[in-house]
Write a protein that binds this ligand. Structure first.
Ligand SMILES: [Zn+2]
Length: 230
């Protein structure tokens, strides 16, 4: 925070907690200098951070007079939280000048990225780069086509009871085409239904079908061809 920002913060704090008012000008100047020193590495505002709000919350919840540490400690906790959520990969589109073979340049860009997160100038990148960009859009489009209202993590839990659906989702998330979007020419399974194996009961001779977890390979190819046409 700049001295001007610290002065504004102190004025706001005095408004909220009149006990913080100082009549003596020398004492006020000393306090301002002390706060400026202790809060020099704390921004007034940053991504997900507002020092005035932290001060307000402190005064609302504590009977004690606020100290600079009551603002700097939450800032360092916030910064650590941002960095822990930052995975250290960035979207290539944000760094178009970067040559993938330029290792030093890449390292420098990663370091700059991390510094920007640490100082709150940039939100953390919480998803791996692979889940961003055109490939991820395609994955999202395929998942959206499945039309599920079930949140994905719930879906994951339910998946163990629905192996065909689990395999379908896993394939889509891995970037493969959605095989069930086309009918299977091998086993005749219609769109949306898993591929099946015919079973003949050894004694009664009755024919039954059993759904397979994985689609027939020719069906995956057919789905790929269909997606390529679209
Ligand atoms: Zn099939």
């Amino acid at each position: 925070m700049t001295p001007r920002e610290v002065a504004a913060l102190l004025a706001y704090i005095v408004r909220l907690d009149p006990r913080m008012a100082l009549d003596d000008e020398t004492a006020a100047a000393d306090r301002l200098a002390q706060w400026c020193d202790l809060l020099s590495d704390v921004p007034a505002t940053a991504h997900g951070w507002d020092a005035a709000r932290v001060a307000r919350d402190y005064i609302a919840r504590n009977p004690y007079r606020i100290q600079p540490a009551d603002i700097s400690r939450p800032w360092h906790a916030h910064k650590a939280d941002m960095l822990s959520r930052h995975v250290g990969t960035f979207e290539p589109t944000a760094h178009p000048h970067l040559d993938p073979d330029d290792i030093d340049g890449y390292r420098a860009a990663l370091a700059a990225d991390r510094a920007a997160v640490a100082t709150g100038q940039q939100p953390p990148t919480t998803h791996r780069a692979i889940t961003a960009g055109p490939a991820a859009e395609q994955v999202e489009r395929r998942l959206a086509a499945l039309g599920s209202y079930i949140p994905r993590h719930v879906d994951d839990v339910l998946s163990q009871y629905r192996p065909q659906r689990a395999a379908r989702l896993a394939a889509i998330r891995a970037g493969q085409p959605d095989a069930l979007a086309v009918a299977c020419t091998w086993c005749g399974a219609p769109v949306g239904q898993p591929c099946r194996i015919r079973r003949i009961h050894p004694k009664s001779g009755a024919m039954r079908t059993r759904p397979m977890t994985q689609p027939h390979p020719c069906r995956i190819e057919a789905a790929r061809a269909q997606e390529a046409q679209q």
